[in-house]
Design a protein around this ligand. Sequence first.
Ligand code: ZN
Ligand code: ZN
Length: 160
Amino acid sequence: MNTSSKTSNSFIARLSRDFPDLKFQKGEQEHWSPRTNTITYNPNQPLRDLRYGVLHELAHARLNHTTYGSDFELLKMESLAWSEAARIGRRYNVRVSSNHIQNCLDTYRDWLHRRSTCPTCGAHSLQKDAHRYQCLNCQAVWRVTSGRFVRPYRRTHNLT
Ligand SMILES: [Zn+2]
Ligand SMILES: [Zn+2]
């Protein structure tokens, strides 16, 4: 076991002690499941990113983020989760960089922008409900899959 995975294991162990009502498990994609009270984290990434990711999912858990009615609400929750992640991080001497936060939120903004662009005329439009957008320009309606609390990194600055 290398030094980095030892350090990440002790970070997770500390969080498990401090938040005994939550489960922490290894997986592919970072994720918070309100149904099973489980935080999934990807152990195969740099320690810094692992800590940020776990703190972020922990923040969703602490803020009782379960569902949201629109993409905009999701973006708001993402923003709140990062503030909370930064706050919790201070207790563990983890300083979540505001640059990282902005990158993650930009990813969501890009995603939201793509979803809200009318496939027929390209106008920017408003969300009708959790699954549909309607264009104010040409009245086209299109369905979107429900958003998720995931962090789809921008391809342009993908971290390895
Ligand atoms: Zn349109
Ligand atoms: Zn999130």
